[in-house]
Write a protein that binds this ligand. Structure first.
Ligand code: LLP
Length: 422
């Protein structure tokens, strides 16, 4: 499938370990990541943007496992966060505050105060009311906060509607036509330092042209602000570069993005910030699951596995395609629905898919699951969340233990007991 996940003598390897070996030790399901794949992607981004003053802020929402965050931190990346919880993890992983940017339409007072105290680089604010509240909270805490205004450039990123964020009708950002006025008001606030502009048009974007359109539109606003004496420091263009889900997919590269946007951002003279999430971690990960049962119904063949939509929601939520490989290659192929154990029709990984003729206890690898896999998982059907494993060359490390039942019930037990005694 890639340099990091490949077959050798009919065994699927991650770097230099047969996945079957890890599965028999760790049990299933688990998320599996190749450290080298992550490092190579970081390198690719760094090289692509080295010619221009750029801060790469990994979007933590794609995968916020602490050991994964640590890899980005050790490689000097910044972090794009969307919640107090992600800020907490950022600090645990050691990210310096001056490399943290914080987006989100619904930051609570608690979250805002937390981030004000941590003195983060920039709040990417998404409404006028948020600016007012930030100013009040900063006043109360006797601080000044730095903000960037997230503008909505009204550009169609040509991706799934659920992950398109830059259209006028979406809840994100401030419409670009209204942004000028909002900037005028924001610069008058006593406890606010307006330092940047932000846009993010969507995710899993497979073409560069929507970026060019969005960045050009946003740059125009930067110039109008300059004319009014509002000088900014950075231009944050968000994330969104797509990855390979199907073997034949051909997403844009970090170089493609850099070549397209750097010339435009350069005309503004501002420092560039980018917020890639999926494209730094997505292809580096796979979800490993074991076949529980096989069954035929009419002319349909079902492969039922021990992982479901609670572990990987993307197929159910976006009808997303994930390539699926057999961990031990088989001679024969079948056409099957690969489904989970959850009581929902939407609980599938693939429908009518041609796949190796796997048997009970065989393992499957759901590919390109490093981003928005474990980070979107849940305990639905009281299923413990999966373990997570990081591979480096011929070693592997358990970077998240599998949850157990007592962990899941822990926060409910005392309440139940006290209700009984009342
Ligand atoms: N910056 C902002 C403000 C964002 O909202 C996002 C993603 C990113 C950066 C990172 O975008 P990326 O480079 O990862 O495309 N759960 C969906 C994806 C939701 C993306 C939300 N925002 C999925 O599984 O496809």
């Amino acid at each position: 499938f890639s340099r990091y996940f490949y077959y050798r003598e009919n065994q699927l390897f991650c770097e230099n370990i047969p996945i079957k070996e890890i599965a028999s030790k760790v049990g299933t399901p688990f998320y599996l990541y190749s450290k080298q794949a992550i490092l190579d992607r970081i390198d690719q981004y760094k090289k692509a943007f080295e010619e221009y003053n750029t801060l790469i802020c990994y979007a933590a929402k794609a995968n916020s496992n602490l050991s994964i965050l640590k890899i980005f931190e050790e490689n000097d990346l910044g972090l794009d966060i969307v919640s107090g919880g992600e800020l907490y993890k950022a600090k645990k992983a050691g990210f310096p505050s001056n490399k943290i940017v914080y987006a989100g339409v619904g930051k609570t007072d608690f979250e805002l105060e937390y981030a004000i105290r941590e003195n983060i680089l920039s709040f990417n604010v998404e409404s006028e009311m948020e600016i007012d509240v930030l100013d009040e909270l900063a006043e109360k805490l006797n601080k000044t906060v730095r903000i960037s205004i997230r503008v909505n450039p009204d550009v169609d990123p040509k991706t799934h509607p659920y992950i398109s964020t830059g259209l006028r009708k979406s809840k994100f950002g401030i419409d670009i036509d209204e942004a000028l006025n909002v900037y005028r008001k924001a610069v008058k606030k006593k406890n606010i330092d307006v330092i940047g502009i932000h846009c993010h048009i969507g995710s899993q974007i497979m073409e560069i042209s929507p970026y060019v359109e969005a960045v050009e539109k946003t740059a125009e606003l930067v110039f109008r602000l300059k004319k009014e004496g509002i000088e900014l420091q950075h231009f944050d263009i968000g994330g969104g570069i797509g990855i390979r889900y199907r073997p034949e997919d051909n997403p844009p590269t970090p170089e493609d993005l850099a070549k397209a946007v750097i010339p435009i951002v350069r005309t503004t003279g501002l420092r560039l910030i980018i917020e890639p999430g999926r494209s730094l971690i997505g292809e580096a990960g796979a979800l490993i699951t074991q076949v529980v049962f096989l069954k035929n119904k009419g002319d349909k063949h079902f492969i039922i596995v021990d992982s479901g939509m609670n572990d990987l929601l993307r197929p159910a939520m976006y009808n997303a395609y994930h390539h699926i490989l057999s961990v031990e290659k088989k001679e024969r192929k079948v056409v099957a629905d690969i489904v989970g154990p959850i009581c929902e029709t939407g609980d599938f990984f693939a429908l009518d898919r041609e796949i190796d003729d796997v048997q009970r206890k065989d393992y499957l690898a759901v590919m390109s699951a490093g981003a928005y896999g474990s980070s979107m998982s849940s305990n639905y059907n009281v299923r413990p969340r999966a373990a997570e494993v990081l591979v480096s060359d011929n070693s592997f490390y358990l970077i998240k233990e599998r949850e157990d039942y007592s962990y899941i019930t822990k926060l409910e037990e005392d309440a139940m007991a006290s209700l009984i005694t009342e």
